[in-house]
Design a protein around this ligand. Structure first.
Ligand code: BG6
Length: 292
């Protein structure tokens, strides 16, 4: 296993060519390649900023400690500070048995900018682990309250999956699940999605599947993505579609929405409360499986 840490990113490559790349800015996964390095599984905007000036438009940005616009009284930015803070690379470990490699990253209150520290004066430590396998990517997080006072947070993996063609993509595992439609900004929509779920217009939904362990599958003409969750009750499905994509300066090419689908796993409908000294853990595994 080849690990190349540089000043701004860490790249891991398996002997068989599969690789992943994590920017220290946001601990953002900016690339995950399978099939001996031939196939990129994450969508990345050509206009994404990777210099630390803005959250990365693509890959897997991390949402913490708030999801979406923060409460009006808060000075936190949209989706929190995890995706715009510089994380530390803590090290790697390899597994001989399944030839996987794990990269660990950390973010603590003391790593935050003074503005963010003032906006969220909670004592915390987050350990983020990325495990690259030949046909899988496993991401895990441990959030710990390092202080005495309790606080609440939200967590989400804002995963931009690359799909061959959004018009030929469908999802299973979310039908008959009530969701909150953020486009209509309506409350809970009890109408279950048709089976299978297709994306045919701007989509921004927070699903709350009754079975928190259920597998969500993204079927595309290429290998399908099988997503399993641990301790993550909510799933956001987002595609900006044509008009919204036009309005985003860091979204390129402008028809890129046809090649991406965000399937975001997290705990975002309500905050998770941690007492002093307590920790919370969550994880997502994405497996590549041949159709048929
Ligand atoms: C999704 C939200 O998670 O992220 C959407 O549900 C939002 O409402 C999208 O538009 C992108 O957010 P941002 O801050 O990266 O432009």
């Amino acid at each position: 296993v080849d690990i190349s840490p540089s000043s701004d990113r860490v790249t891991a490559t398996l002997p068989t060519g599969e690789s992943c790349e994590v920017l220290l800015y946001g601990a953002t996964l900016v690339s995950w390649k399978s099939e001996g390095g031939q196939r990129e599984n994450l969508w990345m905007s050509d206009a994404a900023k990777v210099d630390g000036s803005k959250a990365v438009r693509g890959g897997i940005p991390l949402v913490f400690p708030v999801f979406g616009p923060p409460p009006s009284s808060s000075h936190l930015p949209q989706h929190g500070f995890a995706r715009i803070s510089r994380w530390e690379f803590l090290g790697k470990s390899t597994s001989e048995s399944d030839s996987s490699v794990q990269l660990d990253f950390g973010l603590m209150s003391s790593n935050l900018s003074p503005e963010m520290r003032a906006a969220w004066p909670c004592e915390f430590g987050v350990i983020y682990s990325v495990t690259l396998g030949r046909r899988s990517l496993e991401t895990r997080v441990v959030v710990r309250n390092e202080g005495a006072a309790a606080w609440e947070f939200m967590w989400l993996w804002h995963t931009y999956l690359r799909v061959e063609d959004i018009h030929q993509t469908h999802l299973t595992g979310l039908s008959s699940t009530p969701y909150h439609d953020r486009v209509a900004s309506a409350h809970l929509t009890s109408e279950p999605s048709p089976t299978p779920l297709t994306i045919t217009s701007e989509t921004d939904r927070v699903y709350h599947p009754p079975d928190p362990q259920s597998t969500i599958t993204v079927h595309t003409p290429a290998p399908r993505y099988e997503i399993t969750r641990e301790n993550l009750p909510d799933v956001v499905v987002w595609n900006p579609w044509e008009e919204k994509a036009k309005g985003m300066s860091d979204f390129e090419p402008k028809d890129g929405w046809e090649n991406m689908l965000c399937v975001e796993e997290g705990s975002v409908r309500e905050g998770v409360r941690l007492e002093g000294g307590e920790a919370w853990e969550g994880g997502v595994t994405v497996r590549l499986v041949e159709e048929g």
